[in-house]
Design a protein around this ligand. Structure first.
Ligand SMILES: [Zn+2]
Length: 289
């Protein structure tokens, strides 16, 4: 399962092509959102785009990948989430900016109501919806991300990072120490470096219930719960991505936390159990507020 890849220029090009083609396939453009509750905190999945991944973007044993996927492409999704508690309306990631605004409105909100945006990380499928016609799509929101991630964003796409900084009136850094409250008392941040250097997961605890918004901890339900050593090409530092994946999924299993993933197919909520050397995922029933 463990392979060491040499990052040649050719391989980097393949990654770029995978990123571009991975999200090329879309569904019929249906509005999709789903609401659930964790104690007093409401979490709403907003589908920005539906897509499929080819198994070739994942590493690991080819025969195993083909068996697990039954020779088909792997269902994926690009999701953002709303976290709502009292007057706080927090958008977590912004997709590529395809159906996000429509689905925010379909869920009963207006973009102007969103007062904070948290970026789990800064790949284009999480930051693409920040701007609309070069203006802030969420004009009353403060932007939150980890300091390391801002540096990574600027190293990858300085022009867009700086434009977003300029259009959003205020940028704050997330403290990833698992104890400092993040915007609301119920939420804290966990460092899950690997997929990107400043990748952040969000832990929500309220009234003896808990949830983790896992960002891009994994890209395939079919492959990576059972075999967490498998990485997608998008993981910048694969050993660290694997370690973060195992650590966070173990926490979710041990504490029976709801998980919500940016690329888990709709409605993107589930629970995990430890199974052998990996994990088993099951969609979780929604608790509609
Ligand atoms: Zn992503």
């Amino acid at each position: 399962m463990k392979k060491i890849f040499v990052l040649t220029a050719l391989y980097a090009m393949v990654i770029l092509m995978s990123l571009q083609s991975a999200y090329a396939q879309t569904d019929s453009g249906q509005k999709q959102f789903a609401k659930t509750k964790v104690g007093e905190v409401e979490i709403i999945t907003l589908v920005d785009n539906s897509s499929e991944f080819d198994i070739s973007i994942f590493d690991g044993d080819k025969t195993l990948r083909e068996q697990l996927s039954s020779g088909k492409k792997l269902p994926a999704s690009i999701n953002a989430f709303l976290v709502k508690k009292g007057d706080s309306l927090i958008l977590v990631d912004t997709g590529i900016g395809k159906q996000l605004l429509e689905n925010i409105k379909a869920a009963g909100f207006q973009p102007e109501q969103i007062n904070a945006i948290i970026l789990t990380h800064t790949h284009g499928d999480h930051t693409g919806g920040l701007l609309q016609n070069s203006q802030a799509a969420f004009p009353n929101a403060t932007l939150w991300l980890s300091q390391k991630e801002l540096a990574y964003w600027q190293s990858q796409n300085l022009r867009y990072a700086d434009l977003c900084k300029k259009m959003y009136n205020g940028l704050k850094f997330i403290v990833q120490d698992e104890k400092t409250p993040l915007i609301i008392p119920e939420m804290t941040a966990i460092a899950i470096e690997g997929h990107t250097p400043g990748h952040t997961a969000l832990l929500i605890r309220s009234q003896n219930e808990g949830a983790i918004l896992i960002g891009d901890l994994l890209h395939s339900v079919t492959l990576q719960f059972a075999y967490p050593d498998i990485c997608a090409n998008f993981d910048a530092d694969k050993p660290k991505a694997i370690a973060a994946r195992k650590k966070l999924l173990k926490l979710a299993a041990d504490e029976k936390l709801l998980i919500a993933g940016a690329h888990i197919p709709f409605p993107a909520f589930g629970k995990v159990k430890i199974q052998g050397d990996g994990f088993q995922f099951a969609p979780a029933p929604l608790k509609n507020p």
